[in-house]
Design a binder for this molecule. Structure first.
Ligand code: 13P
Ligand code: SF4
Length: 302
């Protein structure tokens, strides 16, 4: 493994490249990553970098977002087949149809969506800023897509905004059931239970804290508690266990894994960088409209 890490680091220097890695990636990817984090954090790093090449160790929409924010950079996705199953639940035609059923209502799209879908929306959000973004719109009603559960969670937190959601979902987070939380409470009565807002609302209702991947990590790191049950993708638990061995982190149940996030290997990253392959491109007209909703999001949040 050390050999390939050295080779990647050398290539990074030669080519003035950076590697961005989402915290659901295989944990060894961190050895070559310049930045590891959630989608909001990585979008910001993509926008600010002076590198010529960005290798995005994540899923397709994340690399596409990096391209939208850094159009002059070469953005590479190590494995082109690593799409987000939630993002793939809605296309351009389906957004248009959703909007036409509910005319004249502002549309917020979760960053887990394609550039085509974003180009039809008013504002973007991620799981870490969704409440703030919806609030900033100042509307009584919002259309929210594609994640129905993130939308419903935001609605429950704000209380005074009606959120009409598109019926998309994350198959990985929906594997977590309310009974898993109840069983964890019984088995680990002193543990704090932390959940991602992509979980079903019957799950988030039962958790002690709901937050994005880095929100969950921050909570666990800063808390004085010693034991945590984590209701999100396994990569979060792997990193917490590695970095904070003095605390105990329990994955809510086996196999809460996003298969598409796990495609990338160190070899794939090396090959992408070496051959400069799997470059992400976005149609200019689509990019123009899509980037606006991401930029608007970043300006609200800064
Ligand atoms: P974050 O915004 O927390 O990084 O989540 C992205 C994602 O795909 C979660 O499933
Ligand atoms: Fe998409 Fe779910 Fe995987 Fe996140 S965990 S990338 S929402 S399929």
């Amino acid at each position: 493994m050390y050999e390939i890490i050295d080779k990647i680091n050398k290539l990074k220097k030669e080519k003035n490249a950076i590697i961005l890695a989402h915290c659901y990636q295989n944990v060894e990817i961190d050895e070559v990553a310049d930045f590891v984090g959630d989608s909001l954090y990585l979008s910001r790093r993509a926008k600010e970098t002076n590198a010529d090449i960005i290798v995005f160790a994540g899923v397709y929409f994340m690399a596409q977002t990096a391209k939208l924010l850094s159009p002059d950079k070469k953005v590479l996705l190590p494995r082109l087949e690593s799409g987000c199953r939630m993002a793939d639940m809605i296309d351009l035609e389906q957004v248009r149809e959703f909007k036409s059923k509910h005319p004249n209502i502002p549309v917020v799209c979760y960053v887990n969506s394609t550039a085509e879908v974003k180009s039809e929306c008013d504002m973007c959000c991620t799981s870490s800023n969704a409440i703030k973004i919806v609030k900033s719109m100042g509307a009584e009603e919002i259309l929210f897509l594609p994640d129905t559960y993130l939308g419903k969670w935001v609605e429950s937190q704000l209380g005074n905004v009606k959120i009409i959601t598109y019926p998309g979902f994350c198959p990985t987070h929906l594997m977590i059931k309310p009974k898993d939380i109840l069983e964890a409470r019984e088995k680990y009565p002193n543990a704090k239970i932390l959940a991602h807002p992509e979980c079903h609302q019957e799950v988030t209702k039962l958790a002690d804290f709901v937050g994005s991947t880095t929100g969950i990590m921050k909570y666990a790191i800063e808390s004085n508690e010693k034991q945590f049950v984590i209701a999100t993708e396994k990569g979060v638990v792997d990193r917490l266990k590695r970095d904070y061995p003095e605390k105990e982190f329990i994955l809510i149940k086996e196999n809460i894994i996003c298969p598409n996030m796990k495609w990338n290997t160190l070899e794939d990253i090396y090959n992408a960088l070496d051959k400069e392959q799997h470059e992400i491109t976005v149609d200019e007209q689509i990019a123009k409209k899509a980037v606006k909703c991401i930029d608007d999001m970043l300006s609200v949040n800064i």
